[in-house]
Design a protein. Structure first.
Length: 266
C-alpha cells in the first residue's frame, strides 16, 4: 500500500492525525508529510529505530518524532539497513534449501520496501503454494526466535546510542511498546537518561499494561503516545489503521512538547 492510499484511508476513518514510523528509514515519512499537507491531514514525521538493549540482550524499539535534522539520522539508518540486507540474504539462501522458490519471487514480494523482511519471504512461500498464511507452523519452523531453521539475526545499534542520536537531531524520543518487548527495566533507565515519552496504547498491550504505563508516564512527566502499529497484511492479526488510536490531547501534548524543546534550544 502506497502513502497516498494510506492517507486516503486515514481520512475516511476520520483520523485527525497519523504518523508514518517505518523501521530505520525516514524516506516514507518525509514524503507523507508533504502529501498529508496537500490532503489536509496532519502527518507527524517519524521513524522507528530497531535497537538492542545491550546489557540485557533484548530488542527494543525507539520512536523518533518531529526531528529537526532528519539527515543526521541517515547514517544510523544506512548502517542498520546494510546489516538487515546481510541477514535477509542469508535467510533467503537458507529458505531456498527447504523450498524451491526463486530470489526473484521474494524480491517481487518486497516491492516498495527498503529491505527484505521475514514476512516477504513468507509472502513468496504463499505465492508458491507452500504456505497458507504469513504466520503459522512454517513461519515458526523457519523463523522462531532461538531455533528457527532459517533465522539469521540482524545486528542492531545500542538503545542508548540511538537515544542520544535522536536528541542530537532535535527529535522527540519515545520507547515503543515496552510491555510487548518486556522493556520495563530499560524504560526506567532511559527515563533517567532523558527519554521524552512512552508508547502507552498499542495492540499488544492489554488494559493493565496501558494503565501501568500511563501511571508511569504521569509520575515521571513523560509523554504518553500510542498507535495501531499498522503493517497491512503483514500483521499477525487484523490490525486496521487507527484501530488503536489516541485522543487529540495526546497529539497536542506532543506538539506542545516539541515547541518547548525548540524554545529551549533556541
Amino acid at each position: 500500500m502506497g502513502i497516498d492510499e494510506l492517507i486516503a484511508i486515514a481520512k475516511r476513518r476520520g483520523l485527525s492525525a497519523i504518523s508514518i514510523t517505518d523501521h530505520d528509514t525516514t524516506a516514507a515519512a518525509t514524503r507523507a508529510v508533504i502529501i498529508g499537507r496537500r490532503q489536509q491531514l496532519n502527518v507527524i514525521h517519524g521513524v522507528e529505530f530497531s535497537t538492542i538493549d545491550t546489557p540485557r540482550q533484548k530488542k527494543a524499539h525507539l520512536l523518533c518524532y518531529l526531528c529537526d535534522i532528519p539527515d543526521r539520522l541517515e547514517g544510523m539508518c544506512r548502517r542498520t539497513s546494510e546489516s538487515r540486507k546481510k541477514s535477509s540474504m542469508a535467510m533467503v539462501r537458507k529458505v531456498m534449501r527447504y523450498f524451491p522458490i526463486t530470489p526473484e519471487l521474494i524480491v517481487k514480494c518486497a516491492t516498495g520496501s527498503t529491505n527484505i523482511y521475514k514476512q516477504h519471504i513468507m509472502h513468496a512461500l504463499m505465492d508458491a503454494g507452500y504456505a497458507d498464511s504469513i504466520y503459522g507452523d512454517i513461519y515458526d519452523q523457519l523463523f522462531a526466535p532461538g531455533h528457527g531453521a532459517a533465522l539469521v539475526e540482524t545486528e542492531y545499534p545500542d538503545t542508548r546510542e540511538v537515544l542520544e542520536l535522536i536528541h542530537s537531531a532535535g527529535g522527540v524520543a519515545v520507547l515503543a511498546h515496552p510491555a510487548a518487548y518486556h522493556n520495563e527495566d530499560l524504560l526506567e533507565e532511559l527515563t533517567d537518561s532523558g527519554l521524552d515519552g512512552v508508547e502507552v496504547w498499542h495492540p499488544d498491550h492489554d488494559e493493565t499494561d496501558s494503565e501501568r504505563l500511563l501511571a508511569f508516564a504521569k509520575e515521571h512527566g513523560l509523554l504518553a503516545t500510542g498507535g495501531s502499529d499498522f503493517h497491512g497484511m503483514y500483521s499477525p492479526a487484523a490490525r486496521p489503521l487507527g484501530s488503536t488510536a489516541v485522543e487529540d490531547d495526546c497529539v497536542a501534548a506532543l506538539m506542545s512538547y516539541k515547541d518547548k524543546m525548540k524554545r529551549k534550544n533556541a
